[in-house]
Design a protein around this ligand. Structure first.
Ligand SMILES: *[C@@H]1O[C@H](CO)[C@@H](O)[C@H](O)[C@H]1NC(C)=O
Ligand SMILES: *[C@@H]1O[C@H](CO)[C@@H](O)[C@H](O)[C@H]1NC(C)=O
Ligand SMILES: *[C@@H]1O[C@H](CO)[C@@H](O)[C@H](O)[C@H]1NC(C)=O
Ligand SMILES: *[C@@H]1O[C@H](CO)[C@@H](O)[C@H](O)[C@H]1NC(C)=O
Length: 362
């Protein structure tokens, strides 16, 4: 476990030398490493699971706009028992075809088995092939999707780089050597200036508007809506990240990717927090789960600065000790799951069973 925490400390330190796009890739690579760690292996899917599409409205707010686009999803109803729930997994900021293992394994499948439910894996609009704009679709080929079962993955590679480094200076040297190799590998056929640079509007990462590019879609959401910049800690707090990595550093890159006419000087974070409640959101029948060392924890209701949130029967609130990002999502019948995660799964199943029993009266 200590190694995992160390990994994140190093990963966060890296933020000072990479740009927003690279960062997104880096986090995705780490995400994939966890998939290997918890043995959610890629497998051939039965075609009866999908993918399917349905005609989704392009605009939910303009009643006169009847335009639709095909939105993609997968379904496993093998475990369904009458009265059982729909376990709906909105994959979010990725091509969802990389997450179809969750139809058969993972927390989603565990819930379907225990509660007699149907699993739906759903692709967010503007990711993968669920694009409201009709242009030819490409084949998704991001780095992490190429990882094969049995491949140790970037996470193991990173840890192995420290195998022989027992003194601090040897560890720094090992880290430098890993970073150099990472940079070379990440840039592939691009120059390091093009790949890591943050000033050139002609760089291909800025000008390439081909669809099915998770990085660009995510950047649009962060530039215009969420912020989510991974910056240094505020002054007066210890920081792993260079103080030069400020919100402005990220924000000024937005205009290299998107027309200035649609950008505002900063993302609409206040609007989003007000509309959806932010740290103050209160609603029954939400089971909050966070990881103690998740780098995204500061954005969650479990952020150290967030108002204290009690764990109640109607809205349980769990912080998994020593966990990093979405660790509860991992479950497989053939893997030994760490005890704190098993405990969360049991609490989750107990809460959902109770809520479902009273579904018609709540
Ligand atoms: C659906 O998932 C279960 C595991 O929860 C698996 O046993 C079953 O084979 C899956 N259904 C199909 C059609 O693959
Ligand atoms: C660590 O040392 C062993 C034995 O000398 C060597 O085989 C291995 O390649 C080294 N590993 C790294 C990551 O340097
Ligand atoms: C890099 O260039 C080589 C030689 O031109 C080509 O075979 C390879 O596919 C390129 N790789 C990428 C990722 O574009
Ligand atoms: C442009 O982006 C698409 C989608 O991510 C990618 O497949 C393609 O290789 C990119 N083209 C160049 C020239 O980088």
């Amino acid at each position: 476990m200590a190694r995992l925490i160390f990994f994140w400390a190093i990963a966060l330190a890296l933020i000072s030398i990479v740009n927003a796009t690279t960062l997104t890739r880096l986090f995705k690579n780490q995400f994939n490493s966890k998939r290997n760690l918890f043995a959610l292996n890629k497998r051939a899917l039965s075609p009866q699971l999908g993918p399917f599409t349905f005609p989704q409205k392009v605009d939910h707010f303009d009643w006169n706009n009847h335009a639709t686009f095909p939105q993609r999803y997968w379904v496993n109803s093998t475990n369904y028992r009458p009265g059982g729930p729909i376990i709906f997994f909105n994959v979010g900021e990725s091509d969802a075809s990389g997450f179809t293992d969750y139809l058969i394994e993972g927390e989603t499948s565990l819930l379907a088995q225990r509660l007699g439910g149907v699993v739906i894996v759903f692709e967010h609009r503007y990711y993968g092939e669920s694009n409201p704009v009709p242009v030819p679709l490409g084949i998704p080929v991001s780095f992490w999707q190429k990882t094969e079962p049995g491949d140790p993955g970037p996470f193991e590679e990173f840890c192995q780089a420290f195998n022989n480094a027992t003194t601090p200076s040897a560890q720094v040297a090992a880290y430098a050597s890993w970073t150099t190799a990472y940079a070379a590998n990440a840039c592939q056929n691009q120059t390091q200036d093009d790949y890591f640079g943050t000033h050139d509007p002609k760089a291909s990462k800025c000008t390439n508007t081909t669809l099915n590019n998770d990085d660009r879609s995510w950047l649009w959401q962060t530039c215009l809506e969420f912020g989510y910049w991974q910056t240094a800690a505020p002054k007066g707090h210890l920081t792993l990240i260079s103080r030069l990595v400020t919100p402005d550093y990220f924000q000024r890159q937005c205009q290299l990717f998107f027309p200035v006419s649609i950008l505002s000087s900063k993302p609409r974070t206040n609007y989003i927090n007000e509309k959806f409640g932010g740290w103050k959101l209160e609603a029954d029948h939400i089971f909050w789960i966070n990881g103690e060392f998740d780098p995204w924890r500061s954005l969650s209701v479990a952020a150290p600065n967030a108002p204290t949130r009690l764990s109640t029967e109607k809205s349980p609130n769990v912080l998994i000790k020593d966990a990093v990002h979405v660790w509860d999502a991992f479950w497989s019948p053939t893997t030994t799951i760490p005890e704190p995660i098993v405990e969360v799964h049991n609490q989750l199943v107990a809460s959902l069973s109770g809520w479902l029993k009273n579904f018609n009266t709540i």
